[in-house]
Design a protein around this ligand. Structure first.
Ligand code: SAM
Length: 353
């Protein structure tokens, strides 16, 4: 099968490109659907329908699928979940993936609760980039938002990553009106203290966000305005990138990002696809259906069979879920709770954020 020749990454290997010339480059690998928080905007229920244990991919299986994707041009992997650090032995998987020469960038998104325990082992295993989700610096607010008492552990985890040697630490904050939108400056200041770049994420109407409504979204424009009021002129950083965040610089040189998936989506440059912990492959965070890769893997499908499964699907990809949502007249949560109960694959915590 011929690969599209529109995009030629380093090393001379050709990328598979989709219907909008977006390369297959970036794979988010969810290692578990379990989480130790119950954030209102992601997992508002206490109990969920979990993926069957026997369906969860073993590390060797994840490694095999990553090899297959790497042969097709994927060179960026982000470990996510659920909470990835709940997956026992995660440094072992990190070591395996970090040793793959075709993977240029291996990163992880975590809520940070277990980071203090694992930061050193993860760094030694070859993980060098971490993003920690941090929505508030106030303990009582953290408890109300996540329904767990764990802010101090997250802050300890952030400090542990700095001590362990991680560079380029990022802190991701979902901004919600009336919940934490009064902490923009506090978070930027905290980021400065720990040497992390803060990225504000617009609240999205995706997966488990069954409590979402448009009036709770604080837009990119408003975030910039509010920070400019406090700090003075905010200047966009001009850069070529497929990263989801637009970056800005404050008058003192501090850089921060905004991921405006709700009001100004970045579908046009989206090179991300998602592998769930049970081996389903999704081409868009908003996609209703995915491709089962666990079945073929456990049946012993050949590399050629996988290529025939993956390449045409990516080449036919027309997904631009966030842009389509933007086009709707009336917006409400994407999926209702009843539907989520029937199909856990629709959940953000299954698909990885
Ligand atoms: N447990 C890890 C963590 O907390 O970072 C990884 C998984 S979590 C689903 C990944 C990211 O998705 C987090 O930064 C989370 O805040 C974000 N997220 C979840 N639901 C969201 C929503 N409705 N809108 C915007 N971001 C959301």
């Amino acid at each position: 099968m011929l690969l599209s020749q529109t995009d030629k990454p380093e090393g001379g290997q050709r990328h598979v490109t989709d219907a909008f010339s977006r390369p297959l480059r970036n794979l988010r690998v969810s290692v578990t659907d379990r989480c130790n928080l119950r954030c209102q905007y992601c997992m508002p229920e206490e109990e969920y329908v979990w993926l069957p244990r026997e369906d969860i991919l073993h590390f060797e299986e994840v490694g095999t699928l990553v090899d297959i994707f790497a042969d097709l041009g994927v060179d960026k992997i982000r470990l996510t979940g659920g909470e990835p650090l709940l997956r026992r032995g995660l440094p072992t998987l990190v070591r395996m993936l970090a040793a793959k020469p075709k993977i240029r960038d291996l990163a992880m998104t975590t809520n940070g609760i277990l980071l203090a325990d694992y930061a050193e082992a993860l760094f030694d295993a070859g993980l060098h980039r971490v993003t920690v989700s941090l929505d508030t610096l106030r303990p009582e607010r953290f408890r109300a938002l996540t329904r767990r008492e764990a802010l101090q552990k997250v802050l300890d985890g952030i400090e542990a990553t700095v001590r362990a040697g991680f560079k380029g630490l990022k802190l991701d904050t979902v901004v919600m009106r009336g919940i934490n939108d009064d902490e923009l400056v506090d978070l930027i200041e905290y980021g400065k203290r720990v040497g992390a770049e803060v990225r504000f994420i617009e609240y999205m109407d995706v997966g488990g966000a069954t409590l979402w409504s448009m009036d709770k979204v604080v837009s990119r424009t408003e975030i910039v305005e509010r920070l400019a009021e406090h700090y003075g002129p905010v200047t966009p950083v001009v850069e070529e990138s497929s990263a989801p965040a637009d970056r800005f610089v404050l008058p003192d040189g501090t850089i921060f990002g905004i991921i405006s998936s709700t009001t100004a989506p970045f579908c046009r440059s989206c090179d991300r696809s998602r592998l769930t912990a049970d081996g389903m492959w999704y081409l868009c965070l908003y996609a209703r259906a995915g491709t089962d890769l666990r079945g073929p893997l456990r049946r012993g499908a050949s590399r050629e069979e996988f290529r025939s499964l993956i390449i045409p699907r990516w080449q036919a990809r027309t997904d631009r879920g966030a842009e389509e949502r933007l086009g709707l007249d009336r917006r409400a949560p994407l999926v209702q709770i009843g539907e989520l109960r029937k199909d856990p694959h629709l959940e953000m915590h299954t698909r990885g954020g």
